[in-house]
Design a protein around this ligand. Sequence first.
Ligand code: GDP
Length: 364
Amino acid sequence: GFKMGIVGLPNVGKSTLFNALTRTAAAQAANFPFCTIEPNVGEVAVPDARLDKLAAIAQSKSIIPTRMTFVDIAGLVKGASKGEGLGNQFLANIREVDAIAHVLRCFEDGDVTHVEGRVDPVADAETIETELMLADIESIEKRLQNIVRKVRGGDKEAVQQERLMRAALAVLEEGKPARVVDVDEDDVRAWKMLQLLTTKPVLYVCNVGEAEAAEGNALSARVGEMAAAEGNMHVIISAQIEEEISQLELDEAEMFLEEMGLKEAGLDRLIRAGYELLHLETYFTVGPKEARAWTIRQGTSAPKAAGVIHGDFEKGFIRAETIAFEDFVSLGGEQPAKEAGKMRAEGKSYIVKDGDVLHFLFNT
Ligand code: GDP
């Protein structure tokens, strides 16, 4: 599965947000096999109204949404890359995630201490990014000597690694994150292997006051400008509202949202933004037993998509019977879609599209 790490300075609302995410997930646990992995790791259902539509048409007994993992990563403070705060454990945690949800304090509240003594989300973002850049510089410098030795010894892979490390180091030393480096197609794999923290895509989460959840405020607007300039994404959320919503029943929650002038829960927007950030999409398997959503990266071939369900599906892949979501819904299910000629048999080279309803045929 895909993992988002929640980072940010202390007291910005990370835990509040994480607890809301996992409490909501726990409340939905009746619908799908839910597991809490560790106190700071939670799996969250990806909201998708299409799945409910498909299940209603097929009269599926159970509905199983696809999931995304969130990790609450505490310990990032100024000086963290030098071992201050909780030390370096968080670096290992960040290395393991696919993307970073960076929570920024955009709420004013005299009762909640700010570690830097002022509310300035743009400066906070820079503080965190600087720590991540310093950590990257340090990790490259540590590895570089060894790589240079390997290059001298004639190791071809090391030549590529050294070149990429130096490219990263050059931008990092200019004070820029490694994600600004243009990486050739041929280098993508080796680049990923470097596991640099500042190559991870970032989603800024502006934690605003309760009254500002719909429109944001001047602080979140500044974050929006910064995110746009960097080519990153941002969402506006009130962690406190989300926490309150997570304690309500579904119909109460909907009324509450309406009262606050919100179309949907901020968590849903957050999860979907994470999906977009990672270039993910969803395909469905639908039958009388269950309707289920599965996550793939955009551009995934049919056999690889089958492999998400089970390795054997990929190995023995024959073909994928495919119905587009719109056809499935407008024609009223698999059988009518088939009769209307809208079920296609797709082979190994087929690139799965978002919303495809798939049925895999495979050799065992
Ligand atoms: P963390 O250290 O980043 O995990 O921050 P917490 O989630 O523990 O929040 C720190 C404090 O800020 C707690 O007392 C929260 O209740 C409070 N807090 C979090 N979000 C908001 C918010 O949107 N508005 C206000 N006024 N307080 C908040």
